[in-house]
Design a protein around this ligand. Sequence first.
Ligand SMILES: [Zn+2]
Length: 391
Amino acid sequence: MRLYYDDPTLLAFHATVTACEPAGDGFRVALDRSAFYPTSGGQLHDLGHLRADGHIVQVTDVVDDEGAVWHVVAQPIAVGHTVVGEIDRGRRHDFRQQHTGQHILSASFDHVCDARTESVHLGLDTCTLDLHREVSADECRATEDHANAVVWDDRPVITRYADAETLASEPRLRKATGRTGTVRLVDIESHDLSACGGTHVLRTGEVGIIVIRATERFRGGTRVTFLCGRRALEHYRALRAALDATARTLSIGSLDVPDAVAKLREDLRLEQRRAGDLATRLSALQADALASRMPESGLLVAHLPDADAQALRAAASHLVSAPGRVVALTGGPSPHALVVARSADRTDVDAGALVRKICAAYGGKGGGKPDLAQAGGVVATEAQLTEMMRG
Ligand SMILES: [Zn+2]
């Protein structure tokens, strides 16, 4: 007998062990009556314990196997023993809030924008429902308002039973059931009628609040992630902590964070552009300084400690704009960025081939064209590079 069917608030009960058998690393126990909810219908099982002869045995899983409810435990309990079952109150209440909230939200999507719920997932961290079509942000907001109005109406949630055949002609039924025989119905006054075996609250007010957290396109429809009751409160607290921490860092009010971050991004973009312009000007100055000590041979190897790949390219291009030159510039800490370039008239030199040769000898990856090539991750001294460039 499943006690949660008729009283989802029952958290302690007496029962007699009717079966006990090995299962996995432990055992599974069946009782003549149980208030434990087994994983089924998209809802997770209860947790809790069984007390027998003064011993407490934790229930780590509850399984629905061919119509029987099995309680998974670490130690066996002999058949015929009387036990007291006690169910974890917080977890049960959380699932009752999420599950009833899902009924209310699904029915609201039906009523407000004719979007059918195709499947439901009620997880430990995340609850989702999948709608048969895409819904807009405006439709979601209207549905959320509608659902919360039903919550705050504090309407009764009634469980009753009906024959599957008479149920077929019930116009209020939200979704046809594939079941036969007696069907358990969950009736939310003037809002939703669904065939369901889960645990629900007794009045909609107990759900507290329903919040749509996110929507995403999913299989031609929409996946809606939602939070009810205590989970919505916890999530609000997490958001508030994150936003307040950001606001304190910026010394502004929490609601000013979006504008302030947008302004910071714009400031950063302008600063990056300014830094880029300065780096280009600096590399031109460095190139001028290098040109003043250009050897007779026209081959120059030099290291620019502050230059990144972009600054190296700018300096090398500047240097080879005069005829007769071949340059190899490294930049930054080791392993270095490397740029090899040649003047247009130095067709006897292939910069790409030189870079590949240097990488083969001193590590790094790169390549390029005969007039300009570059690499990253090169570990070579100026003397070693000079030798490679001459060879
Ligand atoms: Zn349900």
